[in-house]
Design a protein around this ligand. Structure first.
Ligand code: FES
Length: 241
């Protein structure tokens, strides 16, 4: 009875949970689910990085910079982006906390990835704990945590595309773009070419299963890209540069 009563009285709302409960959940939970010690270690590192980092944004005309002038923090939010973020937040009048996904999408669209400094900034902006923003960023593979190349390639590796040759396509794209993927892993999925022009990662189903192998280059969608077409695909983007 006690146990049932306790469960029933626990809030499912992150806002109401005691902070000490939510912090260890990221590292230890992920590690248990995957049975992977590295996942647990990565989670603990995120907790360390994002639990208490300071954020003191300064508004006003022009730019918003943080945490302080003269610091090593390089992230600068231009006023146009800030206006778009503020507008996006108005779509969630009941709780601005619900704007975390659109705000992160806007930041990634502008910067190419979610910079570490963005975590405390978004948290402060939306009245969240840093760890709650970090949880969202690390949960969705669509949010990149490192800088991509000028052209970011995502190769579908789900069943239909895998059977159609997506692994071979990945090999050929890396070969022609000069990308070394040997250092990538679950937590660092992106590899960038030496010239910074291309980056690449595997993605899950890109919703065109009948026309694999499928890949995306930035927002462009490419179907039936057999390994033999890899070089020609890259050349199209090299010509744009
Ligand atoms: S399996 Fe590749 S698009 Fe669906």
């Amino acid at each position: 009875m006690d146990r049932v009563g306790k469960v029933q009285t626990e809030s499912r709302c992150p806002e109401k949970r005691p902070r000490k409960e939510s912090v260890p959940a990221l590292g230890s939970g992920a590690g248990r689910r995957k049975g992977n010690a590295r996942a647990a270690a990565a989670g603990q590192a995120l907790v360390k990085n994002f639990t208490n980092s300071p954020c003191r944004s300064r508004g006003g005309e022009g730019y918003v910079e943080f945490p302080d002038a003269g610091s090593t923090c390089a992230m600068t939010i231009p006023p146009e982006l800030l206006a778009r973020i503020d507008e996006a937040i108005t779509h969630y009048p009941v709780s601005k906390r619900s704007a975390v996904l659109p705000v992160l999408h806007l930041l990634q669209h502008h910067f190419g990835f979610i910079q570490e400094e963005a975590i405390p900034w978004v948290a402060q902006k939306l009245g969240l704990e840093n760890i709650q923003v970090a949880e969202v960023v690390t949960f969705y593979p669509g949010f990149r945590q490192s800088a991509p190349g000028k052209y970011h390639i995502r190769v579908c590796r789900t069943l239909s595309c895998a059977m159609a040759g997506s692994a071979e396509l990945m090999e050929k794209l890396c070969e022609h773009a000069g990308i070394d993927r040997s250092h990538t892993d679950h937590h660092h999925p992106i590899a960038v070419s030496k010239d910074g022009k291309f980056s690449i990662e595997f993605a899950e189903c890109l919703a065109s299963c009948g026309s694999g192998p499928v890949c995306m280059v930035n927002d462009d969608f490419h179907e039936a890209i057999t390994p033999e077409k890899a070089a020609a695909l890259l050349d199209r983007y090299r010509a744009k540069a």
